[in-house]
Design a protein around this ligand. Structure first.
Ligand SMILES: Nc1ncnc2c1ncn2[C@@H]1O[C@H](COP(=O)(O)OP(=O)(O)OP(=O)(O)O)[C@@H](O)[C@H]1O
Length: 449
């Protein structure tokens, strides 16, 4: 039985057993994603839906699935943006192949590519047009022009989306191509499992026999020397055989502390392009496209209002739209600007996270250590000022969405490498210095109040 027929059957039973409102709000909005190893992955439109499913519906789902299949099916709920984080099927683990329905399940067969992340669904704007263009070139002619292609930038800006778009296009144009998408954490886990199970040869075959290797979030290779060594050889092998490598990272490789120099230099062999946060017009266009794709009716001025409110990243923008949608369904009213303002206010309250800014951090740290804000932003090199300054930079990097250059500017026009250095310094010191740890935690608590 495949994921679609199983879900259809489960959905049918739910329909007979719950009220029409419950059905249309919580059940009709679910999309089956995959069925593998007795795990049924379902995509839900919002975190509200996930809470509701976990609290109220998951038990019935397991019961109905058992009635239908006579197997213990475990549900897994994912939100759209999280799909890439779902653990891919690991070929090195023991998988009951009878349970795999790879005959019609693209999500499984195409090595974990999210079919929704395509060039067609990617909205081009000022901050991402270069990255989009480079990705398109790579997808048309893999292994030729830009190898490796490195996409870098802050969270939720579309790096993974573009990476999957490359994979999806290659799959479409060259169905025979062997494409592998992994996060750097999955690569690491695969490697560790391979060592533990004495299957390093199988691991190497798996990773070196691909035509295109897509590795997401390479910043997590930092500090993992053994994995870096293995990845170095994987990289060389693929590169020499003119296989395409695409990487994403939240920063440039030379800014990743504890990434071996030989990897840093290899990653720079091809093309590195950054993605910056979308401007208002792009945010509106993204919201409009998303609303249309999901069949959500939102008046133009309301779309503009949401885009004006959420300026951090696209993931949060999409999250806001899903929340508004769920809120409207829940209240059974149309989406209006008033409703959005209520829904988003609720979001802030629920999260209880006031917006922390770099300026706010500088003020707080200045009071805490009794050092003037001018000194924190200045150049004095005495320890009583340097440490608070580095702590303030560390907190700015950890608690805000500000980019490194922006943080540098807020600290009196310092270079972004100074911020990285401060961050690394404090992070390292936190491992052994208990009193520093106490101060940093204390400051974090105060900032979050
Ligand atoms: N330009 C865009 N057009 C349409 N959707 C976008 C665009 N940019 C981002 N998105 C959507 O925003 C969400 C977050 O994007 P994505 O996961 O690709 O971000 P990321 O840069 O990889 O973030 P992270 O650093 O957290 O891994 C996804 O659902 C993606 O489809």
């Amino acid at each position: 039985m495949d994921k679609d027929s199983l879900w259809e059957a489960i959905r049918g039973i739910f329909e007979k057993n719950v009220s029409a409102t419950t059905y249309s709000t919580w059940i009709a909005t679910v999309k089956p994603i995959s069925l593998a190893n007795n795990q049924l992955t379902l995509e839900l439109p919002s975190p509200l839906h996930r809470d509701y499913w976990n609290d109220k519906l998951a038990d019935s789902l397991v019961e109905y699935a058992y009635k239908i299949t006579k197997k213990d099916i475990v549900p897994k709920f994912v939100l759209e943006g999280e799909l890439r984080n779902s653990k891919p099927v690991d070929h090195l683990e023991d998988i009951d192949s009878d349970d795999l329905d790879d005959s019609d399940d693209d999500f499984m067969r195409n090595t974990h590519l999210n079919p929704n992340y395509t060039f067609e669904t990617f909205v081009i704007g000022k901050g991402n047009q270069m990255a989009h263009a480079a990705a398109l070139v790579v997808s048309e002619d893999p292994g030729k022009m830009y190898n490796p292609l490195l996409l870098y930038g802050g969270v939720g800006l579309g790096k993974t989306h573009l990476m999957h778009a490359i994979g999806n296009k290659i799959v479409k144009d060259r169905p025979e191509a062997n494409i592998k998408y992994v996060t750097s954490e999955s690569f690491t886990n695969d490697f560790i499992n391979a060592i533990q199970n004495h299957q390093t040869e199988a691991f190497r075959r798996e990773y070196r026999n691909v035509d295109v290797l897509l590795v997401d979030d390479i910043q997590f290779f930092a500090d993992k020397d053994g994995t870096q060594e293995e990845f170095f050889h994987t990289f060389n092998d693929l590169y020499e055989n003119r296989k395409q490598i695409v990487l994403t990272s939240d920063r440039l490789p030379n800014e990743i502390s504890k990434l071996q120099d030989r990897l840093v230099s290899r990653f720079a062999w091809g093309l590195s392009v950054d993605i910056t946060p979308p401007d208002l017009e792009t945010r509106i266009a993204i919201l409009r496209a998303k609303a249309e794709a999901d069949g959500i009716n939102v008046p133009t001025d309301t779309l503009n209002y949401i885009a004006g409110q959420i300026d951090s990243n696209v993931r949060e923008l999409e999250g806001a739209l899903s929340r508004v949608h769920a809120f409207a369904k829940f209240k059974q009213v149309p989406i209006t600007t008033d409703l959005v303002s209520e829904a988003l206010r609720g979001l802030n309250k629920g999260d209880a996270k006031p917006k922390i800014t770099v300026e706010g951090i500088i003020k707080m740290v200045s009071n805490y250590f009794n050092v003037s804000t001018e000194d924190l932003k200045g150049k004095k090199r005495v320890k009583t000022i340097v440490t608070p300054r580095q702590i303030a930079m560390y907190l700015s990097r950890t608690l805000t969405n500000s980019s490194l250059p922006k943080i540098g500017t807020a600290f009196g026009g310092k270079d972004h490498t100074t911020v990285i250095h401060a961050y690394d310094k404090i992070e390292e010191a936190l491992k052994s210095d208990e009193s520093l740890k106490g101060q940093v935690e204390d400051l974090k608590d105060k900032l979050k109040q």
